[in-house]
Design a protein around this ligand. Structure first.
Ligand SMILES: Cc1cc2nc3c(=O)[nH]c(=O)nc-3n(C[C@H](O)[C@H](O)[C@H](O)COP(=O)(O)OP(=O)(O)OC[C@H]3O[C@@H](n4cnc5c(N)ncnc54)[C@H](O)[C@@H]3O)c2cc1C
Length: 488
Protein backbone atom coordinates (compact mmCIF):
# COMPACT_ATOMS: atom_id res chain seq x y z
CA UNK A 1 0.00 0.00 0.00
CA UNK A 2 1.34 3.42 -0.91
CA UNK A 3 -1.74 5.63 -0.55
CA UNK A 4 -0.52 8.75 1.36
CA UNK A 5 -3.44 8.57 3.83
CA UNK A 6 -2.71 4.91 4.60
CA UNK A 7 1.01 5.66 5.03
CA UNK A 8 0.20 8.51 7.39
CA UNK A 9 -2.19 6.43 9.48
CA UNK A 10 0.31 3.55 9.82
CA UNK A 11 3.04 5.92 11.06
CA UNK A 12 0.78 7.84 13.40
CA UNK A 13 -0.78 7.01 16.77
CA UNK A 14 -3.20 9.04 18.86
CA UNK A 15 -1.41 7.50 21.84
CA UNK A 16 2.01 8.82 20.88
CA UNK A 17 3.49 12.29 21.21
CA UNK A 18 6.88 11.67 19.68
CA UNK A 19 6.52 12.85 16.12
CA UNK A 20 5.17 10.55 13.46
CA UNK A 21 6.94 10.27 10.13
CA UNK A 22 4.86 8.37 7.56
CA UNK A 23 6.21 5.10 6.17
CA UNK A 24 7.18 4.82 2.49
CA UNK A 25 5.17 1.65 1.93
CA UNK A 26 2.96 -0.73 3.94
CA UNK A 27 3.25 -4.44 3.22
CA UNK A 28 0.98 -7.16 4.65
CA UNK A 29 2.71 -10.57 4.61
CA UNK A 30 0.66 -13.76 4.87
CA UNK A 31 3.43 -16.19 5.75
CA UNK A 32 6.98 -16.50 7.10
CA UNK A 33 8.11 -16.96 3.46
CA UNK A 34 6.55 -13.59 2.54
CA UNK A 35 8.47 -11.96 5.41
CA UNK A 36 11.74 -13.54 4.19
CA UNK A 37 11.15 -12.07 0.71
CA UNK A 38 10.40 -8.60 2.10
CA UNK A 39 13.51 -8.68 4.29
CA UNK A 40 15.53 -9.76 1.22
CA UNK A 41 14.45 -6.62 -0.62
CA UNK A 42 15.04 -4.41 2.44
CA UNK A 43 18.52 -5.88 2.90
CA UNK A 44 19.40 -5.40 -0.75
CA UNK A 45 18.44 -1.70 -0.72
CA UNK A 46 19.32 -1.14 2.98
CA UNK A 47 15.79 0.05 3.54
CA UNK A 48 14.46 0.31 7.13
CA UNK A 49 11.70 -2.10 8.19
CA UNK A 50 9.28 -1.39 11.05
CA UNK A 51 7.22 -4.32 12.35
CA UNK A 52 3.63 -3.26 13.11
CA UNK A 53 0.94 -5.44 14.68
CA UNK A 54 -1.82 -4.19 17.00
CA UNK A 55 -0.39 -0.63 16.95
CA UNK A 56 -1.29 -0.01 20.60
CA UNK A 57 2.26 0.62 21.84
CA UNK A 58 2.64 3.96 23.53
CA UNK A 59 6.14 5.27 22.96
CA UNK A 60 6.30 5.93 19.21
CA UNK A 61 7.42 2.33 18.61
CA UNK A 62 6.01 2.02 15.08
CA UNK A 63 6.55 5.58 13.79
CA UNK A 64 8.08 5.73 10.31
CA UNK A 65 11.80 6.40 9.79
CA UNK A 66 12.83 9.83 8.54
CA UNK A 67 14.40 8.56 5.30
CA UNK A 68 11.44 6.29 4.52
CA UNK A 69 10.61 2.81 5.83
CA UNK A 70 8.72 -0.37 5.03
CA UNK A 71 5.91 -0.85 7.52
CA UNK A 72 5.47 -4.60 7.92
CA UNK A 73 1.87 -5.07 9.02
CA UNK A 74 1.82 -8.50 10.69
CA UNK A 75 -1.80 -8.27 11.85
CA UNK A 76 -3.08 -10.52 9.02
CA UNK A 77 -0.92 -13.44 10.24
CA UNK A 78 -3.32 -14.13 13.08
CA UNK A 79 -4.05 -17.86 12.99
CA UNK A 80 -3.93 -20.31 15.86
CA UNK A 81 -2.01 -23.19 14.26
CA UNK A 82 -2.25 -25.92 16.92
CA UNK A 83 -3.55 -26.35 20.44
CA UNK A 84 -1.74 -29.06 22.42
CA UNK A 85 -4.15 -29.50 25.31
CA UNK A 86 -2.24 -32.37 26.88
CA UNK A 87 0.97 -30.26 26.97
CA UNK A 88 -0.85 -27.04 27.89
CA UNK A 89 0.66 -25.10 25.00
CA UNK A 90 -0.43 -23.51 21.76
CA UNK A 91 1.26 -22.57 18.49
CA UNK A 92 0.08 -19.43 16.69
CA UNK A 93 1.13 -16.84 14.15
CA UNK A 94 2.47 -13.65 15.68
CA UNK A 95 -0.49 -11.51 14.62
CA UNK A 96 -2.86 -13.60 16.79
CA UNK A 97 -4.56 -11.46 19.46
CA UNK A 98 -4.24 -12.64 23.06
CA UNK A 99 -7.86 -11.97 23.92
CA UNK A 100 -8.99 -13.93 20.84
CA UNK A 101 -6.74 -16.82 21.89
CA UNK A 102 -8.35 -16.93 25.32
CA UNK A 103 -11.82 -16.62 23.80
CA UNK A 104 -11.10 -19.54 21.43
CA UNK A 105 -9.90 -21.75 24.31
CA UNK A 106 -13.04 -20.88 26.27
CA UNK A 107 -15.33 -21.55 23.30
CA UNK A 108 -13.71 -24.96 22.78
CA UNK A 109 -14.22 -25.83 26.46
CA UNK A 110 -10.46 -26.05 27.10
CA UNK A 111 -9.78 -25.05 30.74
CA UNK A 112 -6.51 -23.26 29.89
CA UNK A 113 -5.59 -19.64 29.18
CA UNK A 114 -2.68 -17.38 28.23
CA UNK A 115 -2.16 -15.23 31.31
CA UNK A 116 -0.31 -12.15 29.99
CA UNK A 117 -2.87 -9.34 29.93
CA UNK A 118 -1.51 -5.97 28.78
CA UNK A 119 -4.49 -3.67 29.32
CA UNK A 120 -7.56 -5.66 28.28
CA UNK A 121 -9.45 -3.74 25.64
CA UNK A 122 -6.48 -1.47 24.94
CA UNK A 123 -7.18 0.35 21.72
CA UNK A 124 -5.19 2.87 19.78
CA UNK A 125 -7.81 5.62 19.64
CA UNK A 126 -11.01 6.81 21.22
CA UNK A 127 -12.79 6.10 17.94
CA UNK A 128 -11.75 2.45 18.28
CA UNK A 129 -12.75 2.44 21.95
CA UNK A 130 -16.28 3.43 20.91
CA UNK A 131 -16.25 0.41 18.57
CA UNK A 132 -14.80 -1.79 21.31
CA UNK A 133 -17.69 -0.93 23.62
CA UNK A 134 -20.13 -2.56 21.22
CA UNK A 135 -17.77 -5.14 19.73
CA UNK A 136 -15.25 -6.50 22.24
CA UNK A 137 -13.62 -8.53 19.44
CA UNK A 138 -12.13 -5.23 18.20
CA UNK A 139 -9.21 -5.55 20.66
CA UNK A 140 -5.99 -5.44 18.68
CA UNK A 141 -3.01 -6.36 20.93
CA UNK A 142 -1.07 -9.21 19.35
CA UNK A 143 1.44 -11.84 20.44
CA UNK A 144 4.16 -10.27 18.21
CA UNK A 145 3.62 -6.82 19.73
CA UNK A 146 3.56 -8.28 23.24
CA UNK A 147 6.91 -9.97 22.59
CA UNK A 148 8.16 -6.70 21.09
CA UNK A 149 7.38 -4.54 24.13
CA UNK A 150 7.98 -7.19 26.84
CA UNK A 151 4.47 -6.51 28.13
CA UNK A 152 2.66 -7.35 31.35
CA UNK A 153 -0.59 -6.43 33.04
CA UNK A 154 -2.78 -6.91 36.06
CA UNK A 155 -1.98 -10.66 36.20
CA UNK A 156 1.75 -10.02 36.70
CA UNK A 157 1.45 -10.50 40.49
CA UNK A 158 0.58 -14.15 39.96
CA UNK A 159 1.91 -14.99 36.48
CA UNK A 160 4.84 -12.61 35.92
CA UNK A 161 5.58 -10.72 32.73
CA UNK A 162 6.44 -11.50 29.10
CA UNK A 163 9.94 -12.17 30.43
CA UNK A 164 8.68 -15.13 32.44
CA UNK A 165 8.55 -18.39 30.47
CA UNK A 166 5.20 -17.95 28.70
CA UNK A 167 6.88 -17.82 25.29
CA UNK A 168 8.36 -21.31 24.85
CA UNK A 169 9.63 -20.79 21.33
CA UNK A 170 9.64 -18.06 18.69
CA UNK A 171 10.04 -18.36 14.93
CA UNK A 172 12.00 -15.30 13.85
CA UNK A 173 13.09 -13.92 10.48
CA UNK A 174 16.50 -12.34 11.12
CA UNK A 175 17.74 -9.24 9.27
CA UNK A 176 20.03 -11.55 7.22
CA UNK A 177 16.93 -13.37 5.92
CA UNK A 178 17.53 -16.58 7.90
CA UNK A 179 14.57 -18.17 9.69
CA UNK A 180 15.31 -19.47 13.19
CA UNK A 181 13.41 -21.19 15.95
CA UNK A 182 14.67 -20.12 19.37
CA UNK A 183 13.71 -23.40 21.10
CA UNK A 184 11.58 -26.51 20.68
CA UNK A 185 8.33 -27.16 22.57
CA UNK A 186 9.84 -28.64 25.74
CA UNK A 187 8.85 -26.89 28.97
CA UNK A 188 12.45 -26.44 29.97
CA UNK A 189 15.79 -26.55 28.22
CA UNK A 190 19.39 -25.81 29.19
CA UNK A 191 20.69 -25.37 25.66
CA UNK A 192 22.87 -22.35 26.21
CA UNK A 193 21.60 -18.88 26.93
CA UNK A 194 18.01 -17.92 26.26
CA UNK A 195 17.69 -16.68 22.67
CA UNK A 196 13.89 -16.39 23.06
CA UNK A 197 14.49 -13.61 25.58
CA UNK A 198 16.71 -11.75 23.12
CA UNK A 199 13.58 -10.84 21.18
CA UNK A 200 11.37 -10.04 24.20
CA UNK A 201 11.48 -6.27 24.57
CA UNK A 202 13.62 -5.88 21.43
CA UNK A 203 10.86 -3.70 19.92
CA UNK A 204 11.29 -5.13 16.44
CA UNK A 205 14.95 -4.08 16.27
CA UNK A 206 16.47 -7.58 16.01
CA UNK A 207 14.09 -9.50 13.75
CA UNK A 208 10.49 -10.28 12.94
CA UNK A 209 8.60 -12.81 15.00
CA UNK A 210 6.29 -14.77 12.71
CA UNK A 211 5.15 -17.62 14.99
CA UNK A 212 5.18 -18.38 18.70
CA UNK A 213 4.61 -21.34 21.00
CA UNK A 214 2.78 -20.14 24.09
CA UNK A 215 2.68 -21.90 27.42
CA UNK A 216 -0.86 -21.97 28.84
CA UNK A 217 -2.02 -21.92 32.47
CA UNK A 218 -5.01 -23.72 33.99
CA UNK A 219 -8.08 -21.53 34.47
CA UNK A 220 -8.59 -21.13 38.22
CA UNK A 221 -11.86 -19.62 39.48
CA UNK A 222 -11.46 -16.23 41.11
CA UNK A 223 -13.44 -13.73 43.15
CA UNK A 224 -12.97 -10.02 43.75
CA UNK A 225 -12.67 -7.85 46.85
CA UNK A 226 -12.41 -4.09 47.25
CA UNK A 227 -11.13 -2.07 50.23
CA UNK A 228 -11.13 1.67 50.93
CA UNK A 229 -8.34 3.56 52.77
CA UNK A 230 -7.74 6.99 54.32
CA UNK A 231 -4.92 7.64 51.81
CA UNK A 232 -2.83 6.01 49.10
CA UNK A 233 0.08 5.44 51.45
CA UNK A 234 -2.02 3.24 53.76
CA UNK A 235 -3.46 1.37 50.77
CA UNK A 236 -0.07 0.63 49.23
CA UNK A 237 1.52 -0.45 52.51
CA UNK A 238 -1.33 -2.99 53.04
CA UNK A 239 -0.44 -4.65 49.71
CA UNK A 240 2.95 -5.89 50.92
CA UNK A 241 1.42 -7.56 53.98
CA UNK A 242 -1.32 -9.21 51.91
CA UNK A 243 1.20 -10.57 49.41
CA UNK A 244 3.47 -12.02 52.10
CA UNK A 245 0.56 -13.53 54.08
CA UNK A 246 -0.13 -17.30 53.86
CA UNK A 247 -2.78 -16.49 51.23
CA UNK A 248 -0.39 -14.35 49.16
CA UNK A 249 -0.01 -17.03 46.50
CA UNK A 250 -3.79 -16.92 45.89
CA UNK A 251 -3.67 -13.24 44.91
CA UNK A 252 -3.94 -12.97 41.12
CA UNK A 253 -4.09 -9.15 40.93
CA UNK A 254 -3.90 -6.15 43.24
CA UNK A 255 -4.88 -2.86 41.68
CA UNK A 256 -4.88 0.63 43.19
CA UNK A 257 -7.36 3.31 42.15
CA UNK A 258 -7.04 6.61 43.97
CA UNK A 259 -10.02 8.74 45.04
CA UNK A 260 -9.81 10.92 41.92
CA UNK A 261 -9.91 7.87 39.67
CA UNK A 262 -12.91 6.49 41.58
CA UNK A 263 -14.67 9.82 40.99
CA UNK A 264 -13.74 9.73 37.31
CA UNK A 265 -15.21 6.23 36.98
CA UNK A 266 -18.44 7.36 38.63
CA UNK A 267 -18.55 10.36 36.28
CA UNK A 268 -17.92 8.06 33.31
CA UNK A 269 -21.40 6.66 33.90
CA UNK A 270 -20.41 3.04 33.29
CA UNK A 271 -20.94 1.77 36.84
CA UNK A 272 -24.19 0.25 38.05
CA UNK A 273 -23.79 1.87 41.51
CA UNK A 274 -21.47 4.72 42.49
CA UNK A 275 -18.10 3.67 43.93
CA UNK A 276 -16.90 5.07 47.28
CA UNK A 277 -14.78 8.17 46.66
CA UNK A 278 -11.73 6.91 48.54
CA UNK A 279 -8.31 5.50 47.70
CA UNK A 280 -9.10 1.86 47.00
CA UNK A 281 -7.53 -1.51 46.37
CA UNK A 282 -9.12 -4.12 44.13
CA UNK A 283 -8.03 -7.73 44.74
CA UNK A 284 -8.61 -10.75 42.51
CA UNK A 285 -8.35 -13.91 44.64
CA UNK A 286 -7.92 -17.35 43.08
CA UNK A 287 -8.89 -20.78 44.31
CA UNK A 288 -11.74 -23.01 45.42
CA UNK A 289 -14.66 -21.19 47.08
CA UNK A 290 -13.68 -22.05 50.69
CA UNK A 291 -10.02 -21.06 50.10
CA UNK A 292 -11.09 -17.78 48.53
CA UNK A 293 -13.41 -17.06 51.45
CA UNK A 294 -10.63 -17.73 53.97
CA UNK A 295 -8.25 -15.56 51.92
CA UNK A 296 -10.84 -12.77 51.81
CA UNK A 297 -11.18 -12.92 55.60
CA UNK A 298 -7.38 -12.66 55.98
CA UNK A 299 -7.24 -9.70 53.58
CA UNK A 300 -10.09 -8.02 55.46
CA UNK A 301 -8.11 -8.26 58.74
CA UNK A 302 -4.89 -7.03 57.15
CA UNK A 303 -6.44 -4.03 55.41
CA UNK A 304 -8.28 -3.10 58.65
CA UNK A 305 -4.87 -2.94 60.37
CA UNK A 306 -3.83 -0.49 57.64
CA UNK A 307 -6.78 1.80 58.29
CA UNK A 308 -9.30 0.42 55.81
CA UNK A 309 -12.75 1.73 56.62
CA UNK A 310 -14.76 -0.33 54.13
CA UNK A 311 -14.27 -3.83 52.70
CA UNK A 312 -16.48 -5.53 50.13
CA UNK A 313 -16.12 -9.15 49.04
CA UNK A 314 -17.93 -10.05 45.82
CA UNK A 315 -18.82 -13.65 46.56
CA UNK A 316 -20.77 -14.47 43.38
CA UNK A 317 -19.29 -14.66 39.88
CA UNK A 318 -21.63 -11.94 38.64
CA UNK A 319 -20.79 -9.54 41.47
CA UNK A 320 -17.07 -10.23 41.06
CA UNK A 321 -17.25 -9.58 37.31
CA UNK A 322 -19.15 -6.31 37.91
CA UNK A 323 -16.66 -5.08 40.48
CA UNK A 324 -13.62 -5.96 38.35
CA UNK A 325 -15.04 -4.22 35.28
CA UNK A 326 -14.53 -0.93 37.13
CA UNK A 327 -10.78 -1.49 37.25
CA UNK A 328 -10.57 -3.05 33.82
CA UNK A 329 -12.02 -0.08 32.02
CA UNK A 330 -10.89 2.67 34.43
CA UNK A 331 -9.08 4.72 31.82
CA UNK A 332 -11.59 4.40 29.04
CA UNK A 333 -14.63 4.91 31.25
CA UNK A 334 -12.91 8.10 32.39
CA UNK A 335 -12.54 9.14 28.78
CA UNK A 336 -16.09 8.29 27.91
CA UNK A 337 -17.12 10.98 30.42
CA UNK A 338 -15.44 13.49 28.08
CA UNK A 339 -17.26 13.41 24.74
CA UNK A 340 -14.96 14.17 21.85
CA UNK A 341 -11.89 13.20 23.86
CA UNK A 342 -8.84 11.75 22.17
CA UNK A 343 -5.62 10.11 23.41
CA UNK A 344 -1.96 10.19 22.63
CA UNK A 345 1.27 9.52 24.48
CA UNK A 346 4.42 11.45 25.14
CA UNK A 347 7.71 9.83 26.07
CA UNK A 348 6.72 8.76 29.56
CA UNK A 349 3.11 9.77 29.53
CA UNK A 350 -0.18 8.64 28.20
CA UNK A 351 -2.07 11.72 27.18
CA UNK A 352 -5.77 12.34 27.07
CA UNK A 353 -7.12 15.30 25.15
CA UNK A 354 -10.60 16.17 26.35
CA UNK A 355 -13.11 18.37 24.59
CA UNK A 356 -12.70 21.09 27.21
CA UNK A 357 -9.04 21.23 26.23
CA UNK A 358 -7.88 19.53 29.39
CA UNK A 359 -5.19 16.99 28.78
CA UNK A 360 -3.89 14.12 30.86
CA UNK A 361 -0.41 12.66 30.91
CA UNK A 362 -0.05 9.08 32.00
CA UNK A 363 3.27 8.43 33.68
CA UNK A 364 4.28 4.84 34.19
CA UNK A 365 6.98 4.07 36.69
CA UNK A 366 7.94 0.98 38.57
CA UNK A 367 10.01 0.43 41.72
CA UNK A 368 10.68 -2.43 44.14
CA UNK A 369 7.32 -3.04 45.87
CA UNK A 370 8.62 -1.95 49.29
CA UNK A 371 9.51 1.48 47.85
CA UNK A 372 6.12 2.03 46.23
CA UNK A 373 4.40 3.78 49.17
CA UNK A 374 7.20 6.37 49.21
CA UNK A 375 7.07 6.88 45.45
CA UNK A 376 3.28 7.22 45.35
CA UNK A 377 3.18 9.48 48.42
CA UNK A 378 5.92 11.84 47.19
CA UNK A 379 4.44 11.94 43.70
CA UNK A 380 0.96 12.83 44.98
CA UNK A 381 2.51 15.54 47.17
CA UNK A 382 4.54 16.90 44.26
CA UNK A 383 1.50 17.03 41.99
CA UNK A 384 -0.56 18.77 44.68
CA UNK A 385 2.20 21.34 45.28
CA UNK A 386 2.34 22.07 41.53
CA UNK A 387 -1.44 22.54 41.56
CA UNK A 388 -1.88 19.65 39.12
CA UNK A 389 -5.12 17.72 38.89
CA UNK A 390 -4.27 14.05 38.75
CA UNK A 391 -5.54 10.49 39.09
CA UNK A 392 -3.62 7.35 39.92
CA UNK A 393 -4.20 3.77 38.89
CA UNK A 394 -1.66 1.02 39.29
CA UNK A 395 -0.67 -2.60 39.27
CA UNK A 396 0.60 -2.03 42.80
CA UNK A 397 1.10 -5.73 43.44
CA UNK A 398 4.29 -5.52 41.38
CA UNK A 399 5.41 -1.99 42.18
CA UNK A 400 3.98 -0.36 39.07
CA UNK A 401 1.67 2.63 38.92
CA UNK A 402 0.30 5.10 36.42
CA UNK A 403 -0.31 8.78 37.14
CA UNK A 404 -2.57 10.89 34.96
CA UNK A 405 -1.92 14.62 35.08
CA UNK A 406 -4.38 17.16 33.76
CA UNK A 407 -3.44 20.40 32.04
CA UNK A 408 -5.25 22.97 29.96
CA UNK A 409 -2.64 25.12 28.24
CA UNK A 410 1.03 25.35 27.27
CA UNK A 411 1.97 26.85 30.61
CA UNK A 412 0.39 24.00 32.58
CA UNK A 413 1.91 21.56 30.10
CA UNK A 414 5.38 22.76 31.12
CA UNK A 415 4.43 22.20 34.78
CA UNK A 416 3.32 18.66 33.94
CA UNK A 417 6.53 17.99 32.02
CA UNK A 418 8.57 19.04 35.07
CA UNK A 419 6.49 16.82 37.37
CA UNK A 420 6.89 13.87 35.02
CA UNK A 421 10.67 14.19 34.84
CA UNK A 422 10.82 14.44 38.63
CA UNK A 423 8.70 11.30 38.90
CA UNK A 424 10.96 9.31 36.56
CA UNK A 425 14.06 10.43 38.43
CA UNK A 426 12.37 9.69 41.77
CA UNK A 427 11.65 6.15 40.55
CA UNK A 428 15.25 5.70 39.36
CA UNK A 429 16.58 6.97 42.70
CA UNK A 430 14.48 4.27 44.41
CA UNK A 431 16.13 1.56 42.29
CA UNK A 432 13.17 1.53 39.93
CA UNK A 433 12.68 1.84 36.17
CA UNK A 434 11.43 4.48 33.74
CA UNK A 435 9.18 1.90 32.09
CA UNK A 436 7.45 -0.83 34.04
CA UNK A 437 5.71 -2.32 31.02
CA UNK A 438 5.27 -0.10 27.96
CA UNK A 439 8.83 -0.23 26.63
CA UNK A 440 11.26 2.39 25.36
CA UNK A 441 10.40 3.19 21.74
CA UNK A 442 11.38 6.77 20.93
CA UNK A 443 10.12 8.22 24.18
CA UNK A 444 12.22 6.71 26.94
CA UNK A 445 15.60 6.46 25.24
CA UNK A 446 16.83 9.50 27.16
CA UNK A 447 16.52 7.68 30.53
CA UNK A 448 18.21 4.42 29.57
CA UNK A 449 21.86 5.26 30.23
CA UNK A 450 21.01 6.63 33.67
CA UNK A 451 18.94 3.53 34.48
CA UNK A 452 21.11 0.75 33.02
CA UNK A 453 24.60 2.26 32.88
CA UNK A 454 26.92 2.73 29.90
CA UNK A 455 28.31 -0.83 30.01
CA UNK A 456 24.88 -2.42 29.67
CA UNK A 457 23.95 -0.08 26.83
CA UNK A 458 27.21 -0.97 25.07
CA UNK A 459 26.31 -4.67 25.40
CA UNK A 460 22.85 -4.02 23.93
CA UNK A 461 24.42 -2.08 21.05
CA UNK A 462 26.96 -4.87 20.44
CA UNK A 463 24.10 -7.40 20.13
CA UNK A 464 22.18 -5.08 17.81
CA UNK A 465 25.24 -4.58 15.61
CA UNK A 466 25.99 -8.30 15.42
CA UNK A 467 22.41 -9.25 14.51
CA UNK A 468 21.57 -6.27 12.32
CA UNK A 469 24.84 -4.74 11.01
CA UNK A 470 23.05 -2.60 8.43
CA UNK A 471 20.59 -1.27 11.05
CA UNK A 472 17.53 -1.99 8.90
CA UNK A 473 15.29 -3.23 11.75
CA UNK A 474 13.17 -0.45 13.29
CA UNK A 475 16.03 2.08 13.41
CA UNK A 476 15.83 5.01 15.80
CA UNK A 477 13.92 3.08 18.47
CA UNK A 478 15.06 1.62 21.81
CA UNK A 479 18.84 2.28 21.78
CA UNK A 480 19.96 5.55 23.34
CA UNK A 481 22.53 7.77 21.71
CA UNK A 482 25.67 6.92 23.64
CA UNK A 483 28.25 9.71 24.08
CA UNK A 484 31.36 8.88 22.07
CA UNK A 485 29.90 5.67 20.61
CA UNK A 486 28.77 5.06 17.03
CA UNK A 487 25.24 3.78 17.41
CA UNK A 488 23.85 1.31 14.89
C1 LIG B 1 -5.30 1.86 26.64
C2 LIG B 1 -4.01 1.12 26.66
C3 LIG B 1 -3.67 0.37 27.78
C4 LIG B 1 -2.47 -0.35 27.81
N1 LIG B 1 -2.17 -1.08 28.92
C5 LIG B 1 -1.03 -1.82 28.95
C6 LIG B 1 -0.72 -2.64 30.07
O1 LIG B 1 -1.47 -2.73 31.05
N2 LIG B 1 0.43 -3.35 30.04
C7 LIG B 1 1.30 -3.30 28.97
O2 LIG B 1 2.33 -3.97 28.99
N3 LIG B 1 1.02 -2.52 27.90
C8 LIG B 1 -0.11 -1.80 27.85
N4 LIG B 1 -0.39 -1.02 26.76
C9 LIG B 1 0.61 -0.92 25.67
C10 LIG B 1 0.45 -1.93 24.52
O3 LIG B 1 -0.88 -2.34 24.36
C11 LIG B 1 1.38 -3.13 24.70
O4 LIG B 1 2.71 -2.69 24.68
C12 LIG B 1 1.20 -4.26 23.66
O5 LIG B 1 2.04 -5.32 24.03
C13 LIG B 1 1.52 -3.83 22.24
O6 LIG B 1 1.04 -4.83 21.35
P1 LIG B 1 0.68 -4.48 19.83
O7 LIG B 1 0.27 -5.74 19.14
O8 LIG B 1 -0.28 -3.37 19.77
O9 LIG B 1 2.13 -4.04 19.29
P2 LIG B 1 2.57 -2.86 18.30
O10 LIG B 1 2.21 -1.56 18.88
O11 LIG B 1 2.10 -3.13 16.92
O12 LIG B 1 4.15 -3.06 18.33
C14 LIG B 1 4.88 -2.96 19.52
C15 LIG B 1 6.37 -3.11 19.25
O13 LIG B 1 6.65 -4.45 18.86
C16 LIG B 1 7.20 -4.49 17.54
N5 LIG B 1 6.54 -5.62 16.86
C17 LIG B 1 5.24 -5.73 16.53
N6 LIG B 1 5.01 -6.92 15.94
C18 LIG B 1 6.21 -7.56 15.88
C19 LIG B 1 6.63 -8.82 15.36
N7 LIG B 1 5.79 -9.66 14.76
N8 LIG B 1 7.96 -9.15 15.47
C20 LIG B 1 8.84 -8.31 16.06
N9 LIG B 1 8.49 -7.11 16.56
C21 LIG B 1 7.18 -6.74 16.49
C22 LIG B 1 6.89 -3.16 16.91
O14 LIG B 1 7.85 -2.77 15.94
C23 LIG B 1 6.91 -2.24 18.13
O15 LIG B 1 8.23 -1.87 18.41
C24 LIG B 1 -1.59 -0.30 26.69
C25 LIG B 1 -1.95 0.43 25.55
C26 LIG B 1 -3.15 1.14 25.52
C27 LIG B 1 -3.50 1.90 24.28
Amino acid sequence: MTDPEVLRSYGYSENSYHGSAPHAVVVKPESTEDVVKIIGVARKYRFPVTPYSGATSLEGHFAGYSTGSICLDMSGMDKILKINVEDADLVCQSGARWEDINETLKEQGIPLFFPLDPGPGAVRSIALWQIFLTDPSAHPQTIGGMVGTGCSGTNAVRYGTARSEWFLNLTVVLPNGKVIKTKRRARKSSTGFDTTKLFIGAEGTLGIVTEATLRLAPVIPSKVAMAQFPDVNHAVSAVQEVLTSPYGSHIQCVELLDDHMMAAINAGGMVSEPLPLKDSLFFKIQGAQDTVERAAETIKNIVARHGSSQFRFAATDEDAEDLWQNRKYALMSTLSASPGARCWTTDVWYVVHASACSITHLVICSVPVSKLPQLVYETKQDMAECGLKSTIVGHVGDGNFHAFMLFRNDEEFEVVKGAVHRLVHRALALDGTCTGEHGVGLGKKEYLIEELGQGTIELMLAVKKAVDPDNIMNPGKLYPDLPGARNP
